[in-house]
Ligand binder design. Structure first.
Ligand code: C5P
Length: 297
């Protein structure tokens, strides 16, 4: 039995993201393809005698009050489902920019469910974990899916895992401005009026089998409001494409942008330009497998 474990919580990008109709709940139905990337937060789980959760957060990102942190909420839900007698201390080192459209908080929550499952020898059935995950946020279930590449629909919590594609270098750039998710949806709805953004489409499975065919579909409906609000996001996307990115998009609801490259040689010039203009850049790669928990050394 492990006393402590470490686990990386990777960021995600959406290779396409269509925002469909607004549901009666006020939430919008989505159609998306998620891909996990190697930029990751670091979590450590240590058993403790005292029941309950202790969370220690480090890193530059402002993650808000501990009680509303998704790691704290995920761990609290997990331990409650186990019966409430167990205790854990969690160290969370934030690396992924907060509110950047990269799913950092969601991934941390899912990594907490994965990590505690490993620490306590799988006390909770997978379906129940998925239910806890969906209750924490729409992007959380993806990070529990079998593969780090998946189609998602409804709010993103209904998933079809796909065979991973070959690993590709990814450049992630953040302009230092946060775009809260709710605001992005509101602006998109205002700009669109009543219509839904997506017309009929009949795709073949082959579109998901190569980066080149995914590149043809790559789109993100949030670019529409985000580029209007922050024009340098559109300029950054154009630069990524000009530098040879096969796919370049706004990440999720923003405000990060990312480029997936066939090889890393084109990346360095854009990194230098963007960093000169105050962007934060991370060199990452797409993932073929989820990170696994490791015992602490
Ligand atoms: O999921 P989260 O709580 O971050 O969402 C914040 C807000 O974004 C929601 O209150 C809702 O207004 C909007 N939203 C939406 N459709 C989604 C997800 C979020 O309209 N699928």
């Amino acid at each position: 039995m492990n006393e402590s474990l470490q686990l990386l919580a990777p960021a995600k990008v959406n290779l396409w993201l269509r925002v469909l109709a607004r549901e009666a709940s006020g939430y919008h139905s989505l159609e998306t393809a998620f891909a996990a990337v190697s930029l990751a937060d670091r979590l450590e789980f240590v058993r403790r005698e005292k029941p309950g959760v202790e969370l220690v957060v480090s890193g530059d990102e402002d993650t808000g009050p501990i009680g509303s942190n998704l790691v704290y909420r995920a761990a609290t839900a997990f331990l409650a489902r186990m019966g409430g007698a167990a205790g854990v201390r969690i160290n969370l080192e934030k690396v992924i920019p907060a509110a950047g459209g990269l799913g950092g908080g969601s991934s941390d929550a899912a990594a907490t469910l994965r990590g505690l499952s490993a620490l306590f020898s799988d006390p909770i059935p997978k379906e129940d974990l998925l239910r806890i995950a969906a209750g924490l946020g729409s992007d959380v279930p993806f990070f529990l899916a079998p593969s780090p590449l998946a189609l998602g629909w409804s709010r993103g919590e209904r998933l079809l895992s796909l065979p991973p594609l070959p690993v590709r270098p990814v450049l992630i750039a953040h302009p230092g401005v946060a775009v809260p998710t709710g605001e992005a949806f509101r602006r998109l709805a205002e700009m669109r009026g009543e219509g839904s953004g997506a017309g009929p489409q009949a795709l073949d499975l082959s579109v998901l089998r190569s980066w080149a065919s995914i590149a043809e579909l790559a789109t993100n409906d949030f670019e529409f409001p985000a580029f209007e609000q922050i024009p340098r996001l559109a300029a950054a996307k154009e630069r990524l494409l000009a530098a040879g990115a096969e796919v370049a998009l706004l990440a999720g609801s923003g405000a990060s942008v990312f480029g997936i490259f066939a090889d890393a040689s084109g990346m360095e010039g854009v990194v230098a330009e963007l960093e000169r203009e105050g962007w934060r850049c991370w060199r990452a790669r797409t993932l073929e497998h989820w990170p696994q928990p490791t015992a602490r050394h």
